[in-house]
Design a protein around this ligand. Structure first.
Ligand SMILES: Cc1ncc(COP(=O)(O)O)c(C=O)c1O
Length: 373
């Protein structure tokens, strides 16, 4: 049996055709044709006015912070459990990340913990739509308004997820997406920033092009900026994927449904949640094992490897990893964030690639169950 990968895209002739067309034609006067179409269609899909293609979601978070004027001495609250890309850009701009605990059901930032992390120096919150789930956005937005905080929604993993009918990425001053090869919609590497705020859009457009005003043909840089752009071949791939987004999400939801049928009745296994009012697009099917089994995530990952199955650890609390060892805030978070530290050691992401077959899902579930018993 060939190895079952953790994730991967669905690529059809449509993607091949669009990219081929971009390679042939998206030059000279047509250089922008795929960016325009992809950005407009993406903004409409998410329900925001503007979208900007980028090389990654990390760059989207960096640009958001920079465009909002966040810098040295400011504090930005991020969930303790997320990929480091949610938090690293806070350090890029010289600000300090403060790690809030997660909610035991959605695994996203806990609104209560977030509230307790606010200080005079807090300038922004980066809620993360973890594995396709969405945190309590109504409460988070209320807290942000009350304290005058900016919200940067990290929707890297959640394209198409919904919270009370509104799509992931549409809850903040900016929303950011990843199109890395593991994501539901991929451009190989890539990302998008969305916003409703024209002033933020204009700031982002200058900052992402070495401090050049859009349309500046004199190459007259007004400030030191960054170079954060996507290629038109990637934009063509993204557009083709976006035109298939309902199909891609339906497949993700089918994959989760099949896992739930196989594992849902097993005692001591918790799967991704979909609380009332939320539509989860299940980027990564995830199991949390009851500690009663005495099986930590490393053990299950090792076992699955012997079955020729790739899996991944539930993100480690950022406050626990060497990258933040020197940060005073991390020490506080280690004491405070009991849910993060309770769940993370027992969580494993299972294969969730778009080409996963029913037979493979059943095999993965059998391997998980056999390890438990
Ligand atoms: C929650 C989260 N935020 C941000 C990112 C960063 O995305 P990118 O790799 O496109 O920079 C990822 C990527 O995996 C992610 O999972």
């Amino acid at each position: 049996m060939t190895r079952i990968p953790i994730s991967g895209p669905s690529i059809t002739q449509k993607e091949v055709d669009y990219v081929t067309d971009a390679v042939r034609n998206a030059w000279y006067e047509n250089a922008g044709m795929y960016y325009d179409r992809f950005e407009k269609a993406f903004a409409a899909y998410v329900g925001m006015h503007y979208a900007v293609t980028l090389p990654s979601c990390t760059s989207g978070i960096h640009l958001s912070l920079a465009a909002l004027g966040i810098g040295a001495g400011d504090e930005v609250i991020v969930p303790d459990v997320t990929w480091i890309a949610s938090a690293a850009p806070v350090s890029y701009v010289g600000a300090i990340p403060v790690f809030a605990d997660i909610d035991p059901e959605t695994w996203c930032i806990s609104a209560d913990s977030l509230q307790s992390c606010i200080t005079r120096r807090t300038k922004a919150i980066i809620p993360v739509d973890l594995y396709g789930s969405i945190p309590e956005m109504d409460v988070i937005r209320e807290i942000a308004e009350e304290h005058g905080l900016a919200v940067i929604e990290d929707a890297a993993e959640a394209i198409g997820s919904e919270y009370h009918g509104k799509r992931a990425g549409s809850f903040g001053d900016t929303g950011t997406f990843s199109f890395h090869g593991s994501k539901t919609l991929t451009t190989g590497e890539g990302g998008m920033l969305v916003t409703d705020d024209e002033a933020i859009l204009n700031r982002v457009l200058v900052l992402r092009d070495h401090g050049r005003e859009p349309g500046d043909t004199m190459f007259f840089n007004r400030e030191i900026g960054f170079k954060y752009k996507m290629s038109s071949m990637q934009a063509a791939l993204g557009l083709a994927q976006l035109e298939r987004i309902d199909e891609l999400i339906a497949r993700k939801r089918w994959i989760f449904q099949r896992y739930r049928e196989e594992l849902g009745e097993t005692s001591g296994i918790t799967l991704n949640a979909e609380p009332p009012g939320i539509r989860n697009t299940y980027w990564m099917v995830t199991v949390i094992l009851d500690p009663k089994y005495g099986i930590r995530k490393e053990d299950l990952i090792k076992h699955l490897r012997t079955c020729n199955i790739d899996s991944r650890p539930f993100f480690h609390p950022l406050s626990s990893i060497p990258a933040y060892a020197g940060l005073e805030q991390a020490l506080d978070a280690r004491k405070r964030n009991v849910v993060s530290y309770r769940i993370s050691p027992y969580g494993v992401n299972l294969p969730s690639g778009l080409n996963l077959t029913e037979e493979q899902i059943v095999y993965v579930c059998d391997c998980v169950k056999s390890h438990l018993h």
